[in-house]
Design a protein around this ligand. Structure first.
Ligand code: MLT
Length: 312
């Protein structure tokens, strides 16, 4: 029988370095998660996995780059919940979210924290809500653009307090954190993978976590529900994707490697220090990620349409 070019490739895959696109700036939460996982997958493959940051437009530029890349398993995308929300937030996207990718698997689900600059007056979430309402024309909220996790959480926060605030977009919450530390912006809702070190160091103020339960790393930090804003409860799930047409043998091989990486003691330990946990092996599969993305596109559509915030 004839061996096709794809079969031959799949058998020797990977025989060179792989690139994983992070659709946000370097030094931020998606970058941190991706570099830890990429290093462990690289060890399994005996090939380097290079992280390329393609930030802008809330993650949609990087996702678009991967959607139009060769489906050969050498260009991948690590993106989070924004993959689902941007499908509704953007009236026009350069790719069709549910049909432009093959799935490798779920990676992690990261809690968010509502944080403020160090010298912001309020000391708890209730005080922050009152302060934001009283100063709505001047309080600034950083985010990583429409479609980012920080945008979604900020949108849920503003909707929960019934008050729109002034938003300031960045190419990722890495650079947004720099401005929060410098006092150029007031508040941000960002993943623990970016805020933990700063909260522990006392360089920013933390008001609440968006998880259902308090986190082991911050036992004294209340949940948004405890603070009176249950609708801001949200978890930032991440997935690994390949361009549509990537052979199933390749995505299966990638999924096996992802499962190993998520059990790597260094990955487990670093994730724990950053307030998150790796997805279990049964979720680090193409089927689980496909089901998650499809479910999440459907889940967020009416919520986003209700909020009426769209981008062109
Ligand atoms: C990042 O890596 O910068 C973030 O994931 C941005 C965000 O989605 O808030």
């Amino acid at each position: 029988f004839a061996v096709t070019a794809f079969d031959a490739n799949a058998q020797t895959y990977p025989d060179r370095n792989i690139t994983v696109v992070v659709p946000f700036a370097a030094g931020g939460p998606t970058d941190t998660v991706t570099r830890l996982v990429a290093e462990a997958m690289g060890k399994d493959f005996g090939q380097q996995i290079i992280v390329e940051n393609v930030g802008g437009a809330g993650g949609t530029l990087g996702a678009g780059r991967v959607a139009s890349s060769d489906p050969d398993g050498y260009t991948l995308l690590l993106h989070h919940i924004g993959m689902a929300t941007s499908a509704t937030l953007y009236r026009k996207l350069a790719y069709d979210t549910l049909n432009a990718f093959e799935y490798v698997g779920l990676v992690t689900e990261v809690p968010m924290t509502i944080v403020g600059r160090k010298d912001l007056e309020p000391t708890d979430l209730k005080g922050l809500v009152e302060y934001a309402k009283a100063n709505k024309d001047t309080v600034t909220v950083a985010n990583a653009g429409i479609g980012a996790a920080s945008h979604l959480c900020g949108m849920l926060f503003m909707s929960a307090i019934g008050t729109p605030l002034v938003t300031v977009p960045y190419k990722g919450t890495g650079p947004a954190m720099t401005d929060l530390l410098g006092g150029q912006v007031d508040i941000m809702c960002d993943q623990t993978t970016n805020t933990t070190k700063q909260i522990q160091g006392g360089t920013i103020k933390a008001y609440a976590v968006t998880s259902e339960n308090r986190l082991d790393i911050f036992p004294d930090l209340p949940t948004v529900t405890e603070g009176g804003l249950p609708d801001v409860t949200v978890g930032i799930w991440h997935g690994l994707y390949a361009p549509k047409g990537t052979p199933a043998e390749v995505t299966e091989r990638l999924s096996k490697s992802l499962q190993l990486a998520l059990q790597d003691p260094n990955v487990v330990a670093r994730f724990a220090e950053l307030g998150t946990t790796p997805s279990p092996a049964e979720d680090a599969t193409p089927a689980a990620l496909k089901e998650k993305l499809e479910g999440e596109v459907a889940r967020w559509k009416p919520i986003i349409e209700g909020a009426g915030q769209f981008a062109d």
